[in-house]
Each structure stands twice: as C-alpha cells, then as structure tokens.
Design a protein around this ligand. Structure first.
Ligand code: ADP
Length: 467
C-alpha cells in the first residue's frame, strides 16, 4: 500500500516538475560556478606568470649589466629580506644542466636536481611556464624557465600554496552552496508546481463530484493563472452543454413517448373495437384506412426526427448545386396558393426575376414549404401572407410574413425546439417538428433562421444565407 503510494507519487506531475526544476537549477548553478572557478584559476595563474616574467626580466637585466657576480649579490640581498626559501627559488643553469647559482633547494624535492627543463630551452623560446607537483608537498609549484644570455637559463619558481588554498576554500563554499541551492530549488519547484496544478486538482475534484451525481457543481474560477481559468471555463462550458443536452434529451424522450403514444393508442383502440364488435366489411375497410393514416403520421414523425438528427450532426448528405432560388420559391408558392385561397388569405410573393444561388436544393424546398405551411396554417381567414426574396450585401434573405396570432415573447426562443408547440397551435394540426427541421437544415447549410413576432399582429420568419 505504502509502496503503491510512493510509486503513484513518483508518477505525479508535481514530483516530476519538482525534480526537473531542481536538476536544471543545480546543473545551471554548477555550470555557472565552474565557469567562475575556471576564470578565477586562469586569471590568478596569468597574474602569477606576469609576476614571474617581470622578476625574470629583472634578473636578466642584472645579469646583463653586472654578470653572475652581480646576480649572486642581488640574490644574497634578497635572502636577507623577507625571502622564504621554501616558498620560492631562483637558480641559473647552463644548457648542459650545470648549476651556476641557486638558492637553497633542499625543500624542493626532485626539482632540486631538475634541470631537464633547462635542457629543453631551445633557441626559439625566450621563456616558458610550468606547474609541477613536488613530492611531499600538498600544493603544486609554478615556475618560469627563461633564457638569459647565451647558453644560460634562469629558473624562478613559486609555490601555489596561497592560490590553491584560496581555490580550495572557494570550492568547498561552492559545494556547500550547491547543496543548499539544490534543496532550495527542489522546494521552490515543488511550491510552484503545486500552485500551478492546484487548479487542475480543483477540476478533478469537481469531475469527481459530478461523477458522484452532483450535476450542478461547477469549477470555481478564482484561480490566478489564466491557463487554469481557461481550463475551468471550458470545463464548465462543457458541463453546461452536457446538462442542457441531457435536459433536452429527457424532454425529447418525454415528447416522443407522448407523441407516439397517442397514435399507437388510437391504432390499438381501432383494432380492439373492430375485434370486439361485429362489423361490416366497410367498417373493416375504414379501420384499415384509419390505421394506415395513423401509421403514416407515425412514420412521418420518425422520419422527420431522423432528418433533424442527420442535419444537426452533419451526417445528412447535402448536394450543393446552382439553381434559381426565385423559381424554387415561386413553385412552392404555387403549391400553397390553393390552400391560402381556400382560407381566404391574401397571398403575395415578391420575388426577383432570377436569383442564382448555390445550395442543397431539396433542403431549401423543405425549409420554404415548412415556413409557408406554418404561415398559412396560423393565419386566420381574411389575413395576409407574403414571401419576399431579397438579395442583401452579404448574401440572400427570405422573409415569410403573416398576420397570424403572433408568438408570445416567452415562447419565441422555444419554438425551434423539437416537439415544442405553442398554445396557438392547439386548434391546428402538427407535432412541433416543422421549425426544428427548418432550423437544422438552415444551419447545416451555414445559414441563420430568426423570428420577429408581435402577438395579435403577426410573425415574420427570416432565413438568411451569406455568400
Ligand atoms: P407545428 O406547426 O407542428 O406545431 P412547428 O415546429 O412548425 O410545429 O412550430 C412550433 C410552434 O411555433 C407552433 O406550435 C406555433 O406555436 C409556433 N409557430 C410557428 N409558426 C408560426 C406562425 N407563423 N405564427 C404563429 N405561431 C407559429
């Protein structure tokens, strides 16, 4: 159990980010310190080189002016001052290795006999530097080997005690700081990762609450990081949509149950009555006719619902083609004119001679006939219905105007929902799917459908497509 917890923790983003942050920070600190250390080391050696070279040049000048005796005298003079033979040495040797003058070399180990360097002094080199370890000494020695006069070589050496001691202190301090930095960076990394991921945990927590059935729970958008706020907003938006979808699916289910039950009950009633009572052959025929009618209306409902779903989900195969939209509307008007005449409705169509449009022809036919059918159906005798086709700046618009009962403002947002039927339609036929289908088809073609309506005055439906 504990092992699983540890393994789980190892896989958390917080842990990974913390480790990454700590490793990166430590590596960068190490790199920065190493560069710094190396620079200090080289600068110190360079200044020591300068110092040794300067001294060698001084001795070379004395040698040139006063000869070996003058040099000895100078070395003796220096030995009397603060000179420490264990810290530095001077000697003059010949190319063949014979030592002409030297300070006390007993404490310099093998370097006392070391004159190979002098032998290496060719004619080309005027001087060179070395850093050598001395057996029995903790720190190395830095020395210059310089030509002074013909066949003569001057060697000056200085122990690196001070420099190396300083660098050791620096190195120890650097290691201690590195450990402190490593711990601090892990802590800071952990803190930052925790803070950043707190919002993700909130979303997880909310998702868990929802999984437990609390569907109204939402993520609090108080987090300070914009990315987390955006995640919360998107999550909440998704939840709103799912909730809306669930609600509408429930409504649809209720409506389907309600709308399919009545015709089914009617079919069953007719069949039952025919079976229980003795009937003539004509009664059986009329029962068959009623059953066919009820079945047709059921098939109609089911087909329309499938069409709506297909259009909404984009499954419906649309075949965009070029056609004269004015002609299409005019044909539809001619189909509905007898109905309008029958109801004594003044029916008008205001269409341009020709308006070529590219869209799915069949979908447009269904949209136009659904809206025309509603306008004529809801307009009382003596009223007016008109269809206007306009070419706008951005595209085309079709207006369906009627002087029917209008739609109350509260109903207007709902009339496009599946199975929604307003109070004004009680006396009329219909199942409440016409506008849902029109909206689904219009939107599937990238258009917009809208309604303006004043109760008791009439309604205007507008279908608009941009080109
Ligand atoms: P149906 O016509 O089968 O009832 P629709 O989806 O076509 O279903 O319309 C939904 C509702 O919108 C109707 O029940 C009605 O209340 C309202 N409606 C639609 N068109 C009009 C109109 N032209 N005038 C008044 N009300 C309308």
């Amino acid at each position: 159990m504990l092992l699983k917890k540890i393994l789980d923790f190892k896989n958390t983003l917080v842990f990974r980010l913390t480790v990454l942050y700590a490793v990166l920070f430590t590596l960068l600190s190490f790199l920065a310190f190493s560069i710094f250390y190396y620079r200090i080391y080289t600068i110190t050696l360079q200044s020591l080189d300068q110092e040794l070279l300067h001294k060698a040049q001084n001795y070379a000048a004395i040698m040139a002016h006063l000869g070996i005796k003058g040099l000895k005298a100078r070395m003796a003079l220096e030995a009397e001052s603060d000179y420490d033979e264990t810290e530095e040495f001077i000697r003059v040797v010949r190319h063949d290795g014979q030592v002409l003058v030297t300070t006390e070399m007993s404490s310099w180990g093998a370097l006392g006999q070391f004159n190979r360097l002098a032998a290496r002094m060719g004619d080309k080199n005027s001087h060179f530097f070395n850093t050598l370890p001395i057996s029995g000494r903790e720190y190395k020695t830095h020395l210059i080997t310089a030509a002074i006069g013909t066949g003569l070589v001057l060697q000056l050496g200085e122990t690196l005690d001070e420099t190396e001691r300083f660098l050791t202190i620096f190195r120890d301090l650097f290691l201690t700081l590195l450990i402190i930095f490593m711990i601090l960076s892990a802590l800071i990394g952990w803190f930052i990762a925790r803070r950043a991921l707190l919002g993700v945990e909130e979303v997880t927590h909310t998702a868990m609450e929802i999984a437990d059935g609390e569907y109204d729970t939402r993520v609090q958008l108080t987090h300070r990081f914009e990315e987390i706020k955006r995640l919360g907003r998107t999550f909440n938006h998704m939840l709103d949509r799912i909730q809306k979808l669930l609600r509408s699916m429930k409504e649809i289910n209720d409506n389907i149950a309600h709308d399919l039950r009545s015709p089914l009950a009617r079919i069953r009633g007719i069949a039952e009555m025919t079976l229980t009572t003795k009937k003539s052959i004509d009664d059986y025929k009329s029962m068959a006719v009623s059953t066919i009618e009820e079945c047709d209306s059921l098939i109609d409902i089911v087909n329309t619902m499938l069409d709506i779903t297909e259009a909404e989900t984009g499954v419906r195969k649309v075949k965009p083609e070029q056609f004269d939209l004015a002609a299409l509307i005019s044909e539809a008007c001619e189909l509905f004119r007898p109905l309008a005449n029958e109801k004594k409705i003044a029916f008008m169509a205001k269409l341009p001679d020709r308006l070529v449009f590219r869209a799915d022809r069949k979908s447009l036919q269904r949209i136009v006939s659904n809206l025309l059918e509603n306008a004529i159906k809801f307009t009382p005798p003596g009223g007016k219905v008109s269809v206007v086709l306009l070419e706008t700046e951005s595209g085309v618009a079709i207006r369906f105007e009627d002087t029917g009962p209008g739609i109350p403002a509260a109903d207007q947002p709902r009339i496009f929902e599946r199975f929604y039927r307003g109070d004004n339609s009680r006396a009329q036929g219909g199942v409440g799917l016409g506008l849902s289908l029109a909206k689904a088809l219009v939107e599937a073609m990238g258009g917009v459908i809208s309604v303006e309506s004043t109760p008791a005055k009439g309604s205007t439906f507008v279908v608009a497509f941009s080109r």
